[in-house]
Design a protein around this ligand. Structure first.
Ligand SMILES: C[S@@+](CC[C@H](N)C(=O)[O-])C[C@H]1O[C@@H](n2cnc3c(N)ncnc32)[C@H](O)[C@@H]1O
Length: 235
């Protein structure tokens, strides 16, 4: 996983900024019941998405373990943030009407502890909303996708089947889905090749993958933006 304390300064600008954040928040909110008053956003990062997870009567709280990311989130969320590992949340059982996780589960070796904690802090009738299948969103058929596909992780922590199974084990049942466009997340061959060479992404691909990426046409042209999936599960 990236070091998000190092990533914090460039995070918003490199992850689609406001257009991606608003699209993600709209997809989450579409799945949060109208009568929800409290929402805990797991891995809130800089709060760029979390601050939009609001509407009349709904207040978002953010939790993240990276102090530098939280320095961005704190002013955006009027201080409603706390630093913690989402696998051990510092909240009592049955505290929140909704729990969200945008771009978190794919980073983890195993989503089980997060789903367990989300279920624990949700009130009866509450909703857990999470992104799933992040890697698949990038495998949309571009020339880049064909090259990187063999180098991705085999066992994906955020696979729909796995998350649905974990949710069921904790009494959470499917409650709808939505999607959002990852504005600015379409891959650029030259940039991706640099990241592969630096070992930041697809480390198994190494020099070979970087060289193949550098041989693609239109080196500076972004491929189409991916569309990410969000699932909801109700307690
Ligand atoms: C890709 S960023 C997503 C941030 C935000 N949800 C968004 O969409 O902009 C992933 C975030 O997960 C946080 N994170 C990863 N593992 C964590 C853990 N075990 N506990 C708390 N935060 C974690 C990182 O610090 C980082 O801020």
């Amino acid at each position: 996983m990236l070091d998000y304390d190092e990533e914090a300064n460039r995070y918003d600008a490199t992850r689609g900024g406001e257009p991606r954040a608003r699209a993600a928040a709209d997809a989450v909110l579409a799945l949060v019941p109208e009568n929800a008053h409290t929402l805990l956003d797991l891995a809130c990062g800089t709060g760029i998405v979390t601050r939009h997870l609001t509407r009349e009567g709904l207040r978002p709280f953010g939790v993240d373990r990276a102090a530098a990311m939280l320095r961005g989130a704190a002013p955006r969320l009027s201080g409603a943030v706390c630093q913690a590992d989402v696998r051990r949340l510092p909240f009592a059982d049955d505290t929140f009407d909704a729990v969200s996780a945008v771009w978190l589960l794919h980073l983890l070796p195993d989503a089980a502890p997060v789903v367990a904690e989300a279920a624990r802090v949700l009130r009866p009738g509450g909703v857990f909303v999470t992104t799933v299948d992040k890697a698949a969103a990038h495998l949309g058929g571009s020339d880049i996708c064909a090259l990187v596909a063999p180098h991705g992780r085999r066992r994906l922590a955020d696979a729909t089947a796995r998350i649905t199974q974990l949710a069921a084990e904790h009494g959470l049942h499917p409650h709808g889905s939505a999607g959002f466009t990852g504005h600015g997340q379409g891959r650029v061959p030259a940039k991706l090749a640099r990241e592969v060479r630096a070992g930041r992404i697809y480390p198994k691909g190494g020099e070979d993958l970087a060289a193949h990426l550098e041989a693609l046409p239109n080196q500076q042209t972004a491929r189409p933006d991916p569309v990410y999936t969000v699932l909801a599960f109700s307690a």
